[in-house]
Design a protein around this ligand. Structure first.
Ligand SMILES: [Zn+2]
Length: 253
């Protein structure tokens, strides 16, 4: 039993525990090119959060990883078969219930460990922060924690070289052989301002990619996945430790 994983822990162990930080991994259930499993984001969230928590726990941090939420915001992929969407308003309701419990039980620090680009928690955190002033809620996108160009030749956005490398390392039995990998070619918006990145609209996924991927996985290897997994989890492990130690009354310098 890993004592920092709530799903594996028990009442005997936890009834008198004092936890500083709760970590909530959040994934999505969606197609990842032709060759990666629908639960790609869930496996990444699960395994990265657990390893990061282990690193922090071994250094004395008092934290608990909650079970991973399996559905994310997939509003732009409603026509991709069996992509399951959870609306932002539902995410607000789910988080609201979890935060209410943590707040009542005096676990005032919560980190959302996000695995899916369509999940955006800023406005939800602002609103819940107003409602629960004692709570410190933050979110991290692990896929933005490092400069991916240092680890990959052709980093993309979705089911790309990075995610394919990670799954080759984490769940090799669930990755189809290379002859099945699509090119992950993305069609860009014709309007310049969108290409420059300062105007945003949701992409209609089935119009921008033929294989659901964005980013070419061709150069993926399990060695790259392993190196990147180690680097991300060691950086996240430090974040978990820092959050545990942080004095919420004296956060700024
Ligand atoms: Zn993904």
């Amino acid at each position: 039993m890993r004592p920092y994983i709530l799903a594996e822990n028990n009442w005997k162990n936890l009834k008198n525990a004092k936890i500083d930080l709760a970590v909530l991994p959040w994934g999505a259930t969606e197609a990842h090119n032709f060759h990666l499993p629908y639960a790609t984001d869930i496996y990444e969230a699960d395994l990265m959060a657990a390893e990061s928590a282990k690193i922090a726990w071994d250094k004395g941090a008092n934290l608990i990883v909650l079970p991973t939420i399996p559905f994310g915001v997939n509003t732009g992929q409603s026509d991709v078969y069996l992509n399951i969407n959870m609306n932002p308003s539902t995410q607000f309701a789910v988080l609201s219930d979890i935060v209410e419990v943590l707040n009542r039980q005096k676990i005032y620090k919560l980190l959302l460990f996000n695995s899916h680009g369509g999940n955006n928690f800023k406005s939800i955190i602002r609103e819940l922060g107003l409602k629960y002033p004692k709570m410190f809620i933050c979110f991290a996108n692990w896929f933005q924690s490092l400069d991916r160009t240092e680890y990959f030749d052709d980093p993309g956005d979705h089911a790309d070289e990075m995610e394919t490398s990670l799954l080759l390392h984490l769940k090799p039995d669930l990755v189809l052989p290379k002859e099945n990998w699509g090119e992950g070619k993305e069609k860009k918006n014709r309007i310049t301002a969108f290409q420059e990145g300062w105007v945003w609209s949701e992409r209609k996924w089935s119009q921008i990619s033929e294989d659901t991927g964005v980013g070419n996985p061709a150069m993926a290897t399990k060695e790259k996945g392993e190196a990147y997994f180690k680097a991300v989890t060691s950086k996240m492990g430090k974040l978990f430790s820092d959050l545990c130690k942080a004095d919420l009354e004296d956060l700024y310098e």
